[in-house]
Write a protein that binds this ligand. Structure first.
Ligand SMILES: [Zn+2]
Ligand SMILES: [Zn+2]
Length: 341
C-alpha cells in the first residue's frame, strides 16, 4: 500500500521480498498500527528534512508471523508470531558502539524516506535482531503496540524517574498514553493530562489520570495551580505544539524536568528564557527509543499493563486510506487505528 502523492494511497502488486543475508527473516504481516508519523508523511509528504519520494510505503508499528529464516537465524523460527522492531542499525558506528543504536549514523528505519520501505505490505524481510517473539498471551496487537509503548518506557527512563512524583502529560494520543502507562508502571504519584479532544481525556480518566484539562475550554496553567500550587515535577510534552511547551515550562516547579516527545510540524521551538533559567528547568528531547521493546512487551505480558483502551478502530488492509483519513482528521474519537492483513 503505497503513498503516491499528498493524501494518496494506492495498492500495488510487487514481487515478494526474498532473503539476502544469513540473518534475514521473512515475515507475513498480521497487523499494523498507524502512527502519527505515518500521517505526517501522508498529509505533508515529509517530516523535517525527511522527504517522501513517491511511490513510498510507510508503516513501522507491525507484528507478523515468521515464514522463512536465513541459515544464521537463531532467535525465531517459521510459525513464530513476532513483534517487529522497526530500527535496523549498522551495529558498527560510534553511536551503535556507544549503545545509542537509535541514533545510528547509518540507521535504516521502516517507513522512513531514504532509509527503508515500511511494513504496510503483506510480506517484509527484516534482520533477526528486529524480531521479538510474542510470548504467553501476547497477541499481534500487543506486538504492534510495543513500538509506541517502548517510546513511553524510554521517555520515562530518560526523565530521570517518576516514582511518587506529580507528572504532567500534555497531549494524550497513543504516545501520551504510552508515557502514562510506563510512568504508571513506575508508580508515579499523580497524572495531570491535557488534550483538546474530549474522547481522549475520557480514556485518560479511565487510565487513572488525576486531573484533566482541555486547553480549548479552560485556562490550563492557572487552573493547575488549584490542584498543584507548587507545580509539577516532570512534564512530558507529547503533542509537538509550541503552546504545550510553553505551558509545560509554566507549570513545572523549580528544578522540574521537561521531556519533549512530540513531533512538531514547525522547524524551531521557542523557549522562555526567564522561566526556564530562573526555575532551572532541565529539558530532555526524545528520539524514538532504544532497547525498550522487550521491557514494553514484558509490561503487557505480565498483565500489569492493560493496553486494551488504546486500539479504538480496525480496518482491513484494502481500506488503509479510510484509516489514514480518519486518523488525520482525529475523527470519531480515534486513538490508535489498526490495519488487519
Ligand atoms: Zn510509531
Ligand atoms: Zn550504527
Amino acid at each position: 500500500m503505497m503513498l503516491t502523492g499528498i493524501r494518496q494511497l494506492e495498492m500495488k502488486e510487487i514481487p515478494e521480498p526474498v532473503l539476502t543475508k544469513p540473518n534475514d527473516v521473512k515475515i507475513r504481516m498480521s497487523v499494523l498500527g498507524i502512527c502519527g508519523s505515518d500521517i505526517h508523511y501522508y498529509t505533508r509528504g515529509q517530516i523535517g528534512s525527511q522527504v517522501v519520494e513517491y511511490p513510498f510505503t510507510v508503516g513501522h508499528e507491525g507484528a507478523g508471523v515468521v515464514v522463512e529464516t536465513g541459515p544464521a537465524v537463531k532467535r525465531v523460527k517459521p510459525g513464530d508470531a513476532i513483534a517487529i522492531e522497526p530500527a535496523m542499525p549498522c551495529w558498527e558506528c560510534d553511536q551503535c558502539l556507544a549503545g545509542r543504536h537509535h541514533t545510528c549514523r547509518k540507521l535504516k528505519f521502516l517507513g522512513c524516506p531514504g532509509q527503508a520501505e515500511g511494513c504496510l505490505m503483506e510480506y517484509i524481510v527484516m534482520p533477526e535482531e528486529s524480531c521479538f517473539p510474542l510470548k504467553g498471551a501476547l497477541t499481534p496487537d500487543h506486538g504492534s503496540i510495543s513500538e509506541p509503548l517502548a517510546i513511553g518506557v524510554y521517555a520515562v527512563k530518560k526523565s530521570g524517574g517518576v516514582k511518587g512524583l506529580d507528572v504532567g502529560i500534555l497531549g494524550f494520543g497513543p504516545i501520551g498514553m504510552s508515557v502514562m502507562l510506563a510512568a504508571g508502571a513506575e508508580k508515579a504519584g499523580s497524572f495531570t493530562v491535557t488534550d483538546k479532544i474530549q474522547a481522549r481525556l475520557a480514556i485518560a480518566l479511565t487510565e487513572g489520570a488525576t486531573s484533566l484539562f482541555n486547553p480549548l475550554e479552560e485556562d490550563f496553567t492557572s487552573m493547575l495551580k488549584q490542584h498543584h500550587p507548587f507545580g509539577l515535577d516532570v512534564v512530558f510534552e507529547c503533542c509537538g505544539q509550541q503552546e504545550a511547551f510553553d505551558q509545560a515550562v509554566e507549570v513545572l516547579k523549580p528544578g522540574g524536568r521537561l521531556v519533549v516527545v512530540g513531533i512538531p510540524e514547525f522547524d524551531q521551538w521557542s523557549i522562555n528564557v526567564e522561566l526556564t533559567r530562573r526555575k532551572e528547568i532541565s529539558i530532555q528531547f526524545i528520539r524514538r527509543q532504544v532497547d525498550c521493546v522487550e521491557a514494553a512487551l514484558e509490561m503487557m505480558e505480565n498483565g500489569k499493563t492493560d493496553v486494551s483502551n488504546m486500539v479504538t478502530h480496525r480496518f482491513p488492509f484494502a481500506d488503509t486510506k479510510e484509516a489514514f483519513d480518519l486518523v488525520a482528521a482525529y475523527g470519531d474519537g480515534v486513538m490508535k487505528a489498526m490495519i488487519d492483513f
